[in-house]
Design a binder for this molecule. Structure first.
Ligand SMILES: [Zn+2]
Length: 209
């Protein structure tokens, strides 16, 4: 996901955790709620179903590892947006993880349809590549690694594909909404009209005339 700094102003309780490739990474307190829910769901539901007959302690460790994996996956997705944005002279204020995932904060709107298209599509493509690599590693190592390690790798591979496909839904503020607007913008050569049409298919239509 990507948003202008104004749109991202809802993050009030966030902490700076690290700087990566020159971008500041923040965690909003709400992300910790997502993380706690995910550890719990994975340890008690997902992993006992997909990798049966392990100990309860193992499932909690797997839940923890899966959540750290999601954290890294989201950062790589947002980093892809951020690197392409910087390449096309769109300064990024930072990357924030919050309850619905992550957002790369733009200091200004993209300068061209091409720049917006490449920036928006970059995140989902990074997630698809990562998901495919993880699924291949899981499949290749199923016989050699522990069932717990296989379970986590296989889960994270699928999760990255879900992350990519969900973000491609053509609705703002998802990446698919920006991809749609960039396409309309390039086709009609009218940023305002492209925004109104693309936003009409998303949740933010009420904020526009
Ligand atoms: Zn994204």
């Amino acid at each position: 996901m990507s948003a202008t700094a104004h749109e991202a102003a809802m993050f009030l309780h966030r902490i700076k955790i690290l700087t990566l490739a020159g971008f500041t990474i923040w965690i909003d307190i709400s992300w910790l709620i997502l993380a706690a829910l995910l550890i719990w769901t994975l340890a008690l539901g997902e992993f006992p179903r997909t990798v049966p007959n392990l100990s309860a302690a193992t499932y909690w460790w797997m839940g923890f590892a899966g959540t750290i994996g999601l954290f890294i996956s989201i950062i790589l997705h947002e980093l892809s947006h951020a690197l392409i944005a910087r390449r096309y002279d769109m300064p990024i204020a930072g990357i924030t993880l919050f309850i619905f995932g992550g957002v790369a904060e733009l200091n200004k709107e993209p300068s061209s349809a091409k720049a917006e298209f490449l920036m928006a599509i970059g995140g989902p493509i990074a997630s698809m590549v990562l998901g495919t690599i993880l699924l291949l590693i899981a499949a290749a190592s199923e016989k050699t690694v522990s069932p717990a390690a296989f379970g986590v790798l296989d889960y994270l591979g699928g999760l990255n594909w879900i992350l990519a496909l969900f973000n491609l839904i053509p609705a703002f503020p998802l990446d698919g909404g920006r991809v749609l607007r960039a396409g309309l913008w390039g086709w009609m050569n009218d940023f305002g009209r492209a925004t109104r049409i693309a936003a009409g298919s998303g949740a933010s239509s009420s904020a526009l005339p």
